[in-house]
Design a protein around this ligand. Structure first.
Ligand code: 5AD
Ligand code: FES
Length: 385
């Protein structure tokens, strides 16, 4: 229990705890109505306790099984650059961290990761990077085209931050399918605590809206237990997600990085993260919901517990092993052993240990049928929902 003193599972500010019966009642309503008013959601979150977590977990897992069966989708994560022009206070690769050892993978290195990934059974590549000005639209388009041509059966996911709508359109035309851009927090005041002034929540939300409209399967998300976060703010995240209706939501505990302004902050809680995963699954049954690396970092069975709580995606690292430790967003990030994509067998065994199996396939969102290989024939399903 000692370790939990270091964890923040919730700021007990404002709302009071619900009785178990009231909590269960709200979870049932969340299931029926796919959303709650903010004060109710905040109260439900603040009432995080083992019994409610169990209740939410069993319900969430049942929903995930009905939506996606016993299959877990895997994505190969390629962290291709850790240069970043942003200075988010929580992030280890922020531009203000002079100690970060910077790297960029060459196109050939990225292509080698993809080849290895496809051999290992991955059918989605996630190109994740800092906001690196070296990667102009032209360079990104070239990279996307090369991967698209070499791996026509695979999905391409981008996670490279905020860009102009026109840039997103060019990436879509070049053959990218999905885009991950965490909103980090839907609360304006909390956003200001986590980011310097040149970044804005409004712009971030506009980017997400643009991505959805263009047709990307879009992922938003937030950190759990980031400094200053309250249940009310988390309720705002749930309301924002309800409105955006993304295809994916990535959440993981905040973990302090020693070379950032948040070095001495407490990390986010394991139990709270699992509870929120379940509530997300209940609110939006068809979500692609990853059991994230941050979750795996704070508990040896983090991924398995994430799956048990309602997650249906895992994203192991495909980056070359010599650069992995440099993509250090937070301290202790797991990047060897089971986390390494080469250890596909271990991953498979872990997933099987909780009664699931790895799917070899693109793992698209249920609403997004694959319409063909050329971008022109892909339907932006966002308009059809
Ligand atoms: N702890 C947990 N997650 C973090 N991220 C960045 N820094 C941290 C941290 N210290 C997450 C952010 C970002 C994603 C790439 O990683 O949510 O969007
Ligand atoms: Fe913004 Fe890394 S600098 S998330």
């Amino acid at each position: 229990m000692e370790q939990y003193k270091q964890e923040k599972n919730m700021d007990m500010l404002g709302t009071s705890r619900l009785s178990l019966g009231e909590g269960k009642h709200l979870i049932d309503r969340l299931e029926r109505e796919h959303g709650l008013a903010n004060p109710e959601m905040a109260a439900l979150i603040e009432s995080n306790c083992p019994e409610l977590r169990d209740y939410a977990r069993v319900k969430a897992r049942g929903i995930a099984d009905r939506q996606y069966g016993k299959g877990i989708f895997i994505r190969g994560l390629i962290e291709f650059t850790n240069y970043c022009k942003n200075d988010c206070y929580y992030c280890g690769i922020r531009c203000g961290n002079a100690k970060a050892k910077r790297y960029r993978l060459s196109t050939e290195e990225v292509m080698a990761c993809c080849r290895e990934g496809e051999r290992l059974g991955f059918r989605t590549f996630v190109l994740q990077g800092g906001e690196d000005p070296y990667y102009t639209d032209e360079r990104m388009v070239e990279l996307i085209r090369r991967i698209r041509a070499a791996h026509p059966e695979c999905a391409i996911t981008l996670s490279i931050g905020e860009r102009e709508r026109e840039s997103y359109e060019r990436f879509w035309e070049a053959g990218a399918d999905r885009y991950l851009l965490r909103h980090e927090t839907a609360s304006e005041s909390h956003y200001r605590k986590l980011h310097p002034h040149n970044l804005s929540l409004e712009r971030r939300m506009q980017c997400l809206k643009n991505l959805k409209e263009i047709g990307f399967q879009t992922g938003c998300g937030f950190m759990v237990g980031s400094p200053g976060q309250t249940a009310r703010q988390l309720a705002e995240d749930f309301a924002f997600i309800r409105k955006l209706h993304p295809e994916m939501v990535g959440i993981g505990p905040f973990i302090p990085h020693h070379d950032t302004p948040f070095a001495n902050e407490a990390r986010g809680g394991l139990e709270l993260t699992l509870y929120l995963l379940s509530l997300l699954r209940i609110q939006q049954p068809d979500l692609l919901l990853p059991a994230t690396t941050a979750l795996a970092t704070i508990h040896p069975r983090g991924r398995e517990m994430g799956i048990e709580a309602g997650a249906n995606v895992v994203m192991p690292n495909l980056s070359p092993s010599d650069v992995r430790d440099k993509y250090s967003l937070y301290d202790g990030k797991v990047c060897t052993g089971d986390e390494a994509a080469e250890c596909r067998e271990c991953l498979e065994r872990r997933i099987e240990s909780v009664g699931y199996h790895v799917v070899v396939g693109r793992g698209d969102h249920r609403g997004h049928i694959r319409c063909g290989m050329t971008p022109a024939t892909r339907t932006p399903m966002a308009f059809l929902n």
